[in-house]
Design a protein. Structure first.
Lengths: 112, 119
């Protein structure tokens, strides 16, 4: 079983829609959860993080972790064409010395 | 400008011909890492380093070597490239790979990528 799994999509939504992107992970000991965004032909860039369970909000983006079900979510409200990108979840454990595991990434397209 | 610089951006080479992809960061980051990205497989970590002279194998280290002799540089070496190493490679660096309270900077900063083709 992969340590983190993510539906690769692609996902296509109309502008203004609420987008839900999800990952599941296998090990309940994972502590730190992040979302990266990757535009076409660019390197990934950090978007948000959450630690342990709960929500974190930043503008139109909300990151959520449900540790009981080992589920990570990213919600995008009022989606814009500029949000079209691949979104990757990532997990980290405190003693990992720099190891960071990514999901496969979900390709999102927001149509005007 | 704070950045991670990889060279070359594009490389086509032949099987067995040793090559080095350079990576340099100007942010005084302790952590550095190499990833490869393949369709359907996502980003997979090759090697990572938490400081000078400290390196660890990631999920797909076979066929690759790294060295961390200086804090700013982390070259990726393919001693005998094979076609299955054709991929998009990313170097990344970080002050801290995860959020720490009181630290403004965390998470990996990625370079622009190196597209490698081995024929």
């Amino acid at each position: 079983q992969k340590e983190v799994e993510q539906d690769p999509g692609p996902l296509s939504v109309p502008e203004g829609a609420i987008v839900s992107l999800n990952c599941t992970y296998s090990n309940s000991a994972f502590q730190y959860f992040m979302w990266y965004r990757q535009y076409s032909r660019k390197g990934p860039e950090l978007l948000m993080y959450t630690y342990s369970s709960g929500n974190k909000e930043d503008g139109r983006f909300t990151a959520q972790v449900d540790k009981s079900s080992k589920y990570i979510s990213l919600f995008i409200r009022d989606s814009q064409p500029s949000d079209s990108a691949t979104y990757l979840c990532a997990i980290y454990r405190f003693f990992w010395r720099g190891k960071l595991i990514f999901g496969q990434g979900t390709e999102l397209s927001v149509k005007p | 400008e704070a950045q991670v610089t990889q060279n070359p951006r594009y490389l086509i080479t032949v099987t067995g011909k040793k090559l080095t992809v350079t990576c340099s960061q100007n942010m005084n980051h302790e952590y550095m890492s190499w990833y490869r990205q393949d369709p359907g497989l996502g980003l997979r970590q090759i090697y990572y380093s938490m400081n000078v002279e400290v390196t660890d194998k990631g999920d797909v280290p076979e066929g690759y070597k790294v060295s961390r002799k200086e804090k700013r540089n982390f070259p990726l070496i393919l001693e005998s490239p094979s076609p299955n190493q054709t991929s998009l490679y990313f170097c990344a660096s970080s002050l801290s790979p995860f959020y720490r309270k009181g630290r403004a900077n965390y998470g990996y900063t990625f370079g622009s990528g190196t597209r490698l083709t081995v024929v």
